[in-house]
Design a binder for this molecule. Sequence first.
Ligand code: ZN
Length: 303
Amino acid sequence: MLLETPMIATYAAVVATLLGLVMGSFLNCLAWRMTHGESVLHGRSHCTSCGHVLGPADLVPVLSWVFSRGRCRYCGERVSWRYPATEVLCAVMYLSIVLCYGPTLQAIELIAFASVLLVLSLTDLDDYIIPNATIVAAILIRVAYLVAVGATGGGNTLELLRDAAIGGVVVAVPVLLLALVMDHVLGRESLGGGDVKLLFVAGMYFGWRQCLFLIVVACVLGLVFSLLGQRGTPEPDDSALQADAADAADAADPANTHVTDGEPEPPANAHLIPFGPSIAAACWITMLVGESVLRWYLGLFLL
Ligand SMILES: [Zn+2]
C-alpha cells in the first residue's frame, strides 16, 4: 500500500527495526521494575546483581550482551539471554507491523499496543501478573487512536468508541462467564482476572469476529507453551517474595496450592501456566493476519 516506493519501504523498515531494538531494551527494564517494586520513572538502569549503574556502552541493545559474552562487566554475573531475545522480538514485532500497515497512524497505534503486550507478557511470565497499568495503557492507546481517526474524518468518534467498547464487552463477558463455570467445575482458578481484562482489550482492538480467531490461536499457543513448560525445569523463583500484594489477586491465588492432592509434589506455581503471553502473541498474529483470516472465513459462507 503505502510502501510502494522501495526507498520509503526500506527507510521505514530500518527505522522500525532500530526503534524496536532500543524499545525492547527499555520495555525489559520497565517490566523488571514493575515486578520488583522499583519506580518506573526514576532511577538509572543498573545491574540487577551488583547494582552498578550501567553506562551507555552497556545499554546498546543485543550488541552489549554479545560483546560482554552475556555477563555483567562489573561483577561478572550472568545476564539472562532473555534480554537480547526480547530486544530482537521487539524489533521483529515493530518491523512486521510497519511492513503490514506502512508508515501510517494505525502502525503507530499497533506498535504502541505491541509494546504494552511485550511488557505484560514479561511480568506475567515472571510473576503471574498482568499489571492494571498495562491494561489502562492499552485502552488509552486505542481511545487516542480512535479519537484521532474521528478528528481526521475517518468516522464518527463517538460511534468508533462505542463500537470498540462493545467489542471489548462482547469478547470479555462470555469468557468471564466461561471462566467462572470452569472455576466451579475444576475447583480452582482457571483463567486469571488479568487474562479476562486483556481479552477485553483485544475485543476493543479487533472486534469480536477477529477475536474468535484470536482466542483459538491463544489457546493453541497456551497448549504449546504448557507442553514446553512441562518438559523444561522450572526456574528458581527469586522474585516471588516481591509479588505485589495489590496485584497478587490477579495471579497466584493461594487456593490453587491446596487442590493438587494426588500429584507428586508439584513445584510452587508449576501448575500455573501464565496465559497472558499466549493472548499477547495471538494479538500480534491477529494484527498481521486477522483481517485476511476473517475475509477467508466469511468467504466460505458467502460463496
Ligand atoms: Zn553486575
